[in-house]
Ligand binder design. Structure first.
Ligand code: PMP
Length: 433
């Protein structure tokens, strides 16, 4: 008798019909994933893939401690955050403890977009000002304010020409590909400072400055030394606040630093984080100082029904337990530096590799057609990702030119697994894609 179980292709066709077109996956023929374990994904045919891209599953897929905590809490209670229960307080204490002195107040939301949106609105409310300064080529989210400060053309080709007039942008401080390269990258900070000074002089002192603390959207390019210290100082000199978008790079992934701003030796006023902190559960947080949060009482409204719900708080706490107990920040440092070395060796062998970016388990492999002109190898990058999929490795491109492999696997990834990835990459670059 004919099977009534839909085949993978039926589901794919149905997906095209029922979902908005922009809710896309990356591959032409994506595997239909049924389950995950650690850094592996398993499709409906039982094929195992190495997941080298999933920073949401920070502690690995289906981590037993997280599953048990979430499941236990679902049996007990899951309700909105208006109620009085212990988990939200415990979780807030745990997150605040990972931050420097003074970060004593937490807002819980459900996503990175909500977190950056709220961070922007906190800065506006605390300063009573409407203008924001943002770094270009960024992605901060899709909600109104988070989208307004997002100018990555990979997400919206018209991004720069369609900003509301309260958004002011400064150059993407990319020392590899950008206006200033190599040692010249030291010029980005004084230029951003001058732009902030100019805004203030024109009578529009900004409410704040928002940027990723490590350039995740470009594939993990470290900001020039001292960049955030100089720009944060300028924004504060004019009475504004510094917002750190840690959605992608924070929370142990960089290995040497728990938070991206630590790499810069700078301390922001408001931190926005999400994605990895929930291990796949929708959990986001904005952490700031009490006096900034208090200004929001008169400057805006906040309530999130499910932000910090009992299940989200318990899962968020369990994720942090795993990161701390299993030493995942240290794993990111050790396995990440081994992988980076392997990628650097590949770069010596394959001229398509223009640069190896990143730190810990946030690495970027940038493909160029010419190491002088840095012409982005966009089509090649897509083809390489497709070929890697055939070899059983999940990898995707990032950046304004979609020519950088974004390497950000679950933090539990082993040295053996990253070797499988590096070997597969070597094979693709050697035999063609
Ligand atoms: N900020 C950054 C740096 C991001 O990379 C993203 C998501 N890619 C967001 C914010 C938005 O997060 P979310 O998708 O959870 O809304």
């Amino acid at each position: 008798a004919p099977s009534t179980v839909p085949t993978a292709d039926d589901v794919l066709a149905r997906r095209h019909d029922v979902l908005a077109e922009v809710q896309e996956h990356y591959y032409t023929l994506p595997p239909r994933i049924e389950r995950g374990w650690r850094e592996y994904l398993i499709d409906v045919d039982g094929r195992v893939y190495l997941d080298m891209v999933n920073n949401v599953a920070s502690v690995g897929h289906a981590h037993p401690h997280v599953v048990a905590a979430g499941s236990r809490q679902m049996h007990l209670l899951n309700t909105n955050s208006r109620f009085h229960y212990r988990a939200i307080t415990d979780y807030a204490d745990r997150i605040a403890a990972t931050l420097p002195e003074g970060f004593d107040t937490v807002f819980f939301v459900n996503s990175g977009s909500e977190a950056t949106d709220l961070a922007i609105r906190l800065a506006m409310a605390a300063t009573g000002r409407p203008d924001m300064v943002a770094m270009r080529e960024a992605y901060h989210g899709w909600t109104y304010a988070s989208d307004a400060v997002s100018t990555s053309i990979a997400d919206n080709p018209n991004a720069l020409s369609t900003r509301p007039d309260w958004v002011h942008t400064v150059d993407a401080a990319n020392s590899y590909r950008g206006k200033h390269r190599g040692a010249d990258a030291a010029r980005y900070a004084p230029e951003a400072v001058a732009a902030i000074d100019e805004l203030a002089a024109s009578g529009r002192p900004p409410a704040g400055f928002i940027a990723e603390t490590y350039f995740g959207n470009a594939g993990g390019v470290a900001l020039p030394d001292g960049y955030l210290r100089e720009v944060y100082a300028a924004i504060r000199r004019h009475g504004g606040l510094a917002i750190a978008d840690e959605v992608q790079v924070g929370y142990g992934r960089l290995g040497e630093w728990f938070w991206g701003f630590e790499q810069q030796g700078a301390v922001p006023d408001i931190v926005a984080v999400a994605k990895s902190i929930g291990g796949g559960q929708p959990v986001g947080a904005v952490i700031t100082r009490r006096e900034i949060a208090d200004r929001y009482r008169s400057g805006g409204y906040f309530f999130s029904s499910t932000g910090g719900s009992p299940v989200s708080a318990v899962i968020g706490t369990a994720v942090l337990d795993v990161i701390q107990r299993e030493g995942l920040q240290e794993n990111a440092r050790a396995v990440g530096s081994h992988l980076k070395e392997r990628l650097e060796r590949l770069a010596a062998k394959h001229p398509l590799i223009g640069a190896v970016h990143g730190s810990g388990l946030y690495l970027g492999l940038e493909f160029v057609r010419d190491r002088e002109t840095l012409e982005p190898a966009t089509a090649e990058t897509a083809a390489i990702c497709d070929r890697l999929l055939e070899l059983g490795v999940i990898m995707q491109p990032t950046g304004d030119h979609q020519n950088v492999l974004k390497i950000k696997p679950p933090l539990v990834v082993t040295r053996a697994s990253v070797d499988v990835f590096a070997d597969a990459l070597d094979r693709v670059l050697t035999t063609g894609w």
